[in-house]
Write a protein that binds this ligand. Structure first.
Ligand code: IMP
Length: 430
């Protein structure tokens, strides 16, 4: 029987999922992305080279791994071609990649609209990646979206494209943006269909067949749970559900297959873009952590906001996503601090609460309740086992486990694949 592993971000994205996903992707027979699009981004370092991925799954470097872009994604085919070109130029030419015929497409007008909608918000920006992710999901749900499989049927594609342009050109005109010519778009997408066509298949069927064998299947989440359209800090969220809960829909499998979920969490917290962030730090410690953790966005280069580990968020995301183990990332970045803090609760309008409120207006009023713990000075980047950690660092891990009720199954103490300590037996065997 297959082995399944879901890796998700449990904070605001950028938790270091790239590294953990890459670690397990090396062992996986199949790697599946199930939500989001090219708003995600991570770099993988190996053999002295840096490779960056946005929408392509992390198993792309292993010729034996089947990579799947699932139906729950919004796929920008132009961006897939750019990513593939970049990989080809770096010598990655032998790979297996399939794209769901049911995946919604990000079209050129979606990024134009993303920028325009942000412009209309005046000072209240969401701070999107401007990749057109929100507008593409909106069109999917408004049922005027185009899907990857449409490219395989030129006449049907023409019909769908005309319907989409009738609506979108009107909107673009209203916003004072350039409109799109049917023939130009049609011709370009037929060229794209020639290149990507053989990769566009019924990926749900592909994954379900693999589930019935003894394959190892990794479901790779993008973004983080606090950016979830339903459960995140709405409206400062992305337009999909990064949770393990969206794997069944976004990959086209039964929910009964989901039984091993790793929640990737930084040993502290970061956030890019706007929105309340209760444990945010504005002092010298934030600067120190930002520089040591290289906390700048991979897609946009923006400096990330930095805060202490938030156990309120961790409890919330673990309960929503059924997290079995934490992968505690960038643990080495905390070395050298005199004291470290963990937020255990929030205080909202004089009351202590233990789960995030639904509105950002309330969340912005939440004051973090911290516990302070001893820091550690030792360099931990070379440790190979939990036992080698300084006592204060062990106590920090134990406190996170106690406050969240979820064991730490992985500790990451540096960017390299080898700087990963696996504590969970189940994960050791994946
Ligand atoms: P969008 O996904 O481009 O619509 O952006 C919505 C919000 O999600 C913004 O605050 C982005 O900065 C954030 N976001 C989107 N993708 C990522 C990611 O991969 N990591 C971290 N933040 C992200």
């Amino acid at each position: 029987m297959s082995e399944r592993l879901v890796v998700i971000g449990s904070q605001w994205g950028d938790e270091g999922k790239g590294k953990i996903t890459d670690y397990f992707a090396c062992r996986a027979d199949m790697v599946v992305r199930y939500q989001g699009g090219n708003n995600a981004g991570h770099s993988v370092m190996f053999n002295g080279h840096k490779y960056s991925l946005q929408s392509i799954p992390s198993g792309i470097f292993n010729p034996n791994t089947v990579n799947v872009m699932g139906n729950g994604m919004v796929v920008n085919p132009e961006s897939v071609l750019v990513e593939l070109d970049r990989l080809h130029n770096q010598g990655v030419t032998d790979y297996q990649l399939y794209i769901s015929d049911r995946a919604a497409m990000v079209m050129p007008w979606h990024s134009a609209l993303d920028g325009a909608y942000e412009g209309l918000k005046g000072g209240k920006l969401i701070g999107t990646t401007k990749k057109g992710i929100g507008p593409a999901y909106s069109d999917k749900y408004s049922r005027v979206g185009l899907r990857m499989g449409d490219l395989l049927e030129p006449e049907y594609f023409a019909e769908r494209l005309q319907a989409a342009l009738d609506e979108k050109n009107m909107e673009l005109k209203m916003l004072g943006l350039p409109t799109y010519d049917f023939q130009e778009v049609y011709d370009r997408y037929m060229e794209i269909a020639k290149i990507l066509g053989p990769r566009i298949v019924d990926t749900s069927d592909l994954i379900n067949k693999a589930l019935l064998t003894d394959k190892k299947i990794l479901f790779e989440g993008a973004q983080g749970m606090m950016l979830c359209i339903d459960h995140g800090t709405y409206p400062f969220v992305t337009s999909s559900t990064p949770s393990s809960a969206s794997v069944p829909v976004g990959a086209g499998i039964s929910p009964k297959w989901i039984d091993n979920v790793v929640g990737v969490a930084k040993a502290y917290c970061t956030r890019v873009g706007e929105g309340p962030f209760p444990t945010e730090l504005h002092d010298e410690i934030a600067h120190e952590i930002r520089e040591r953790g290289h906390e700048y966005g991979t897609v946009t280069g923006r400096p990330r906001r930095v805060g202490w580990f938030d156990a309120v968020v961790a409890r919330y995301t673990s309960r929503l996503a059924g997290i079995d183990n934490w992968a505690l990332m960038l643990f080495d970045v905390l070395s050298g601090l005199d004291k470290v803090k963990i937020c255990t609760h929030y205080e909202l309008d004089g009351k202590i609460i233990d789960t995030p409120p639904s509105t950002i207006s309330k969340l912005a009023r939440c004051k973090p309740v911290f516990i302070e713990m001893e820091g550690w000075k030792e360099d931990i980047t070379g440790i190979k086992s939990f036992d080698e950690l300084p006592e204060a660092a062990k106590a920090y891990v134990a406190k996170i486990e106690e406050l969240t009720g979820v064991p730490v199954g992985v500790i990451s103490v540096g960017p390299d694949r080898t700087q990963t300590v696996i504590l969970s037996e189940k994960l050791k065997n994946f």
